[in-house]
Design a protein around this ligand. Structure first.
Ligand SMILES: Nc1ncnc2c1ncn2[C@@H]1O[C@H](COP(=O)(O)OP(=O)(O)OP(=O)(O)O)[C@@H](O)[C@H]1O
Length: 761
């Protein structure tokens, strides 16, 4: 069924006819919904591709890199690794080492760890050869640079081993000499000193052959059909699985605390799930008695949390690792001071089923019955929204936050929003509740302000002080950035359209829905797509306005839906399912779905109302063009009221087009960028918090009433509305008159005194 055809008013539209641009066919074949991209990577160049191809042995004419002559001498890869004294071997040994600090292990512990490692390997090593050889520095740099991967050590210079001379006020005579001898590093030099070039991941196979991840996990990854790692996977997986970074003093390798900024749809979920699941498989193997929550993944919405659970379960299948969605009423810790709340039955709660996950309901029945009977959840990985977990840990705010002593990994997905004032206290409470000394933090998002980075560093230090932990120099604190920070993905087209008024926006949107009426040069957007509004009432209003635009033969109003946080969890979940299945073609929503949610083949995004910040734009438009898919379109309408707020969005578009290296006509002209006004910091803050004032829901005074009329979602003119209202009023008044006359008649006849005539309409 051709959704494009069916969504036009005239179902007889001929594709390729006079109104259809000749380019339609070629565009169609590149739509994100027509299949997955051959290569999910966003940035690459021929030189690095050749290097990678050589490594994976795929180069047709290139020589496959050998693992040294040892293989010809009859020494196996494993033996070579054991005998070799290089850093890569150290890395492998240390990955399984229990020695994490000065207070940590002895040599015997290390030997035991090595033995354990071999036991783990023996349970599943298939001893592949590919990529086990370490790359030289030039290769690493070439690959990392071409994929725009930047890895930085965030620790103080002293911790990295760079001693800065004290800057004393020099005596006048000696000044010159002193500066020559030991000048402190300038900013550029400091940046250079912090830069790291760890070995990138060449292929998913290498996860098994080089990083020795669990066999089952590796099979599950292969099962999903992933072939090439994306940039964020290429850069972060080695770090999290034990790749050495060149700046560790002792050569020891431990898992770092990590902050990752990588484009939307670039596969961050897989990047944090694989190491977390692998670590737990290993832990189950090494310490079979210890069971409990080992990892917590926090996401800002239930939709995203549900999605992570689904991904996690696919990866963990058959590994013995249990991934669970946090539910209201679920018990996550045993509290001595706990009074069992007999009234709370989690299965009654409307937040229970928030994901479109098949196994979830079954799990509810088994793990969460009533709190009276409920055992503490047997989950290894708990995926949660912040408030749900904080409520569980604090007995709904009645007790102090209980601690989670076994948690070794805390992952914050969409970290910048989780550490934004809205969620910050809750997120930090969870962070502090994780008291294990070897807790590792990782923060992930496509956008990350510098304030978040500062908060990350200070919280890690503060936590260490409060737990009386000393910072171990071998415990790195790393930032990994893919592409340009806070920029939109380069593989989609952006259309910033001036619509003048609310009515203009609606007309523009209708033209998208009914492209038969469009001119060849007009934007064309085929379903499925998402439409974002600023508020829930506006999403509801837009949905009712568009509901009957879809012809009955195309499925009518069932093809368009609205999703927002005022709906029950069951409704939300049903709509998500419908959209994923392709039953719903157009989804009107708020920023609830702006982050993280992965609908793979979405053809586009419409910002019916402009986003509240540049970051919000990056995330909203990132719902299309996932995993390198080409052809996605992001349409943003703006009106006269929006002009003060458009510049930051125009800038994001401009940078994204530069990143793509787009030649020819740019969608944002320089004159537009120059003429749009800058927004003050204060106004930016205000916009982020409340959105464009004229569209806020709770505006009351008279002046604003006028503004509200201007921002009402409707194609009807004020005159038509007045006429309609008058007509409605007249009908109402006539009904009321009739009713009053009838009840007077009843009273007179003395009958039906106790009759209930229903609610007045
Ligand atoms: N190596 C890969 N090859 C092909 N597809 C991949 C690969 N890794 C992940 N994907 C797919 O890419 C899509 C986007 O992944 P994911 O949701 O993890 O992106 P993300 O980086 O978290 O995006 P966002 O910032 O929007 O949350 C998913 O459908 C996922 O299955």
């Amino acid at each position: 069924m051709d959704a494009f055809k069916l969504l036009t008013r005239s179902t007889k539209l001929k594709i390729g006819g006079a109104t259809t641009p000749s380019s339609t066919k070629s565009v169609t074949s590149r739509l994100p919904s027509t299949g997955k991209a051959e290569n999910p990577q966003l940035f690459r160049n021929p030189e690095a591709e050749k290097l990678l191809a050589e490594r994976t042995g795929k180069a047709k004419h290139g020589k496959k890199r050998k693992r040294g002559d040892d293989s010809q001498n009859g020494i196996s890869g494993r033996e070579k690794e054991d005998d070799d004294d290089d850093a890569a071997m150290d890395m492998n040994l240390d990955f399984f080492s229990t020695d994490k600090g000065p207070s940590g292990a002895t040599t015997t512990d290390k030997n035991q760890a090595t033995l354990k490692k071999h036991a783990f390997d023996a349970s599943g090593s298939d001893g592949g050869e590919e990529g086990e050889q370490s790359m030289d520095d030039v290769e690493r740099r070439t690959i990392l640079n071409s994929h725009k991967i930047k890895v930085t050590d965030l620790r103080d210079l002293e911790e990295i081993g760079i001693v800065q001379p004290e800057v004393k006020e020099p005596k006048k005579k000696k000044k010159k000499k002193l500066q020559q001898e030991a000048a402190p590093l300038n900013k550029k030099e400091q940046k250079k000193a912090r830069r790291l070039y760890p070995q990138p991941l060449v292929s998913f196979k290498e996860l098994r052959t080089r990083y020795k991840i669990s066999r089952r996990l590796s099979e599950n990854i292969a099962e999903q059909g992933f072939t090439l790692p994306t940039e964020v996977q290429l850069g972060s997986l080695p770090l999290l699985l034990g790749e050495s970074t060149s700046k560790t003093k002792s050569g020891e390798v431990t898992e770092p605390d990590l902050l990752v900024v990588a484009p939307t749809g670039s596969g961050k979920t897989l990047s944090f799930l694989i190491p977390v699941i692998n670590k737990i498989v290993r832990h189950h193997h090494e310490q079979q008695d210890e069971r409990g929550i080992f990892a917590i993944i926090v996401a800002p919405t239930k939709e995203l949390a549900g999605q992570i659970v689904n991904e996690g379960r696919k990866l963990a299948l058959g590994t013995g690792v249990k991934v669970t969605m946090m539910k209201k009423g679920m018990r996550v810790v045993e509290r001595e001071d706990e009074n069992v709340d007999q009234d709370t039955n989690p299965s009654d709660d409307d937040s229970v089923s928030s994901s479109d996950d098949d196994d979830e309901e079954e799990e509810d029945k088994t793990t969460v019955k009533t709190r009276r009977q409920a055992p503490v959840t047997k989950s290894d990985v708990l995926v949660t929204t912040p408030l749900l977990l904080v409520n569980a840990l604090s007995a709904n705010g009645t007790k102090s936050i209980a601690s989670l002593p076994l948690v070794r990994n805390l992952v914050l997905d969409e970290a910048d929003v989780l550490l934004d004032p809205l969620f910050r206290d809750q997120t930090l409470s969870i962070w502090r509740a994780c008291t294990h000394p070897e807790l590792r933090m990782s923060l992930w998002s496509a956008t990350m302000g510098s304030s978040i980075e500062d908060l990350f560093k200070s919280t890690i230090n503060e936590r260490r002080e409060s737990l009386s932990l000393t910072r171990n120099e071998s415990q790195p604190l790393i930032r990994l950035v893919v592409g340009l920070k806070d920029s939109a993905i380069p593989n989609i087209s952006h259309k910033l359209i001036y619509a003048a008024t609310e009515q203009g926006k609606l007309l523009g949107l209708r033209q998208l829905l009914h492209p038969a009426a469009a001119l060849p040069e007009d934007v064309r957007l085929r379903p499925p797509f998402l439409i974002f509004t600023q508020t829930i009432p506006r999403a509801v209003a837009l949905h009712s306005e568009l509901m009957y635009d879809i012809p009955a033969e195309a499925g009518g109003s069932s093809r368009i839906a609205v999703l927002h946080s005022d709906l029950s969890d069951t409704q939300r979940s049903e709509i998500m399912k419908g959209f994923r299945k392709g039953e719903i073609w157009i989804l009107v929503t708020t920023d609830l779905l702006a982050r993280g949610v992965d609908f793979r083949g979405i053809n586009g995004v419409v910002n019916y109302d402009i986003p509240n910040s540049a970051a919000a734009y990056v995330h909203r438009v990132g719902r299309t063009g996932r995993a390198g898919r080409e052809g996605g379109i992001a349409v943003t309408y703006y009106t006269k009221e929006d002009i003060p707020y458009v510049k930051s969005i125009a800038n994001v578009i401009d940078v994204s087009e530069k990143l793509r290296g787009k030649t020819g006509e740019k969608s944002i002209q320089k004159w537009l960028l120059d003429s749009l006004p800058d927004l003050s910091k204060k106004d930016k803050k205000e916009l982020k918090k409340h959105g464009v004032k004229a569209r806020q829901s709770a505006v009351k005074n008279v002046k604003d009433e006028k503004e509200q009329r201007l921002t009402r979602i409707s194609t009807k003119s004020g005159y038509e509305r007045r006429l309609e209202n008058k007509k409605k009023g007249a009908i109402m008044a006539s009904r009321n008159r009739k009713r009053r006359a009838q009840s007077a008649e009843h009273e007179r006849s003395g009958s039906g005194q106790d009759d209930w005539s229903g609610l007045e309409d």
